[in-house]
Design a protein around this ligand. Sequence first.
Ligand code: NAP
Length: 350
Amino acid sequence: MTTKRRVAVLGATGTVGQRFIQLLADHPWFEISALTTSDSKVGKRFGDVTAWHVPTGIPDHVKDMVLQPTRADVDADICFSALPGDAAIEHEAALAKAGHHVFSNVSTHRMDPDVPLIIAEVNPDHAQALTAQRRGRGWSGSLVTNGNCSAIHLTLALAPLQRDFGIERLLVTTMQAVSGAGYPGVPSLDAIDNVVPYIPSEEEKMVEETRKFLGTWDGARFVPAAITMSAHCNRVSVRDGHTETVSLTLRGSPSVVSVKDSLRAFRGRPQALKLPTAPLHPIIVREEPDRPQPVLDRDAERGMASTVGRVREDAVLGLKFVVLGHNTIRGAAGASVLNAELLLAEGCLG
Ligand code: NAP
């Protein structure tokens, strides 16, 4: 890239917004030109009004930036959205209509029939839907989404297994970190010393998004993968990093060794193109009996890899394993940045 693309972070003061700022701080292709906020903080200095939670400090050039309202005339080519759902309904389509390329973390438009839901290594070809999206909606810009933070890590682990063997049915149980609920998120008295066995709409998102990711774009519509699946979603007292236990039936009952080989060999377009945010190994397979664990494995490959462990036979469904990944990096902001890099490198953003 000879000239850096100007990018806005929408919802910049929040949990995911801050991760965007961290990941974009020294980005070789993107420079932050705008940070947006809710009305209460418009006109204020980012560093003065943000409860910063990322271990690396606030990048110097961002501290003094003045927060702007989210508006269709924001000074940016690409908009990374970390908006709450109601604000996303109001702004994301309007921004795309006005010519911006919107990469969204929000669930609002993920299942729209003309909106690609992309994991860069898994289904980059779904970006072909942007032609139909622009034509059908009369947009000069575009809207691309990334998935739910648990669905992304689950799907990264499933993608090679679906490709190499085929998945018949699966059961997943999540243990999701409190940062997945944003800030301030889950009240401390509900979170500490506790497990909350309910996250609104999460189980439905896990199923429908996984099927969309692993499905196909047939030129006119997304055809979901025909996988029988069920999800249990739980909030646990972990700061960052979602852990998921998965039991599944694969066609042909492959051996544990073949499954591990398939996971370890998995690579995609981001690795082939050497995109700046791409992990070298999107899936790391560990052999220790007590891994992966959030405190030890969530930052693997700068938070951009999913770590799989405990791959073994299952007496009920055939195979089982644990997958873990960082929810605000690969499960949110990092996924969006990688999608933007991919579409830019592939010439999909004009
Ligand atoms: P959050 O910590 O609550 O942050 C959202 C921020 O949006 C708030 O800090 C608010 O900040 C700002 N905001 C509200 N209205 C706005 C508007 N009109 N324009 C601009 N900013 C506005 O939530 P989050 O965890 O970052 O999540 C953001 C989005 O990402 C949500 O839709 C969530 O579902 C999704 N997501 C989150 C995760 C995760 O792991 N946390 C993972 C995947 C997806 P001010 O009042 O300071 O402006």
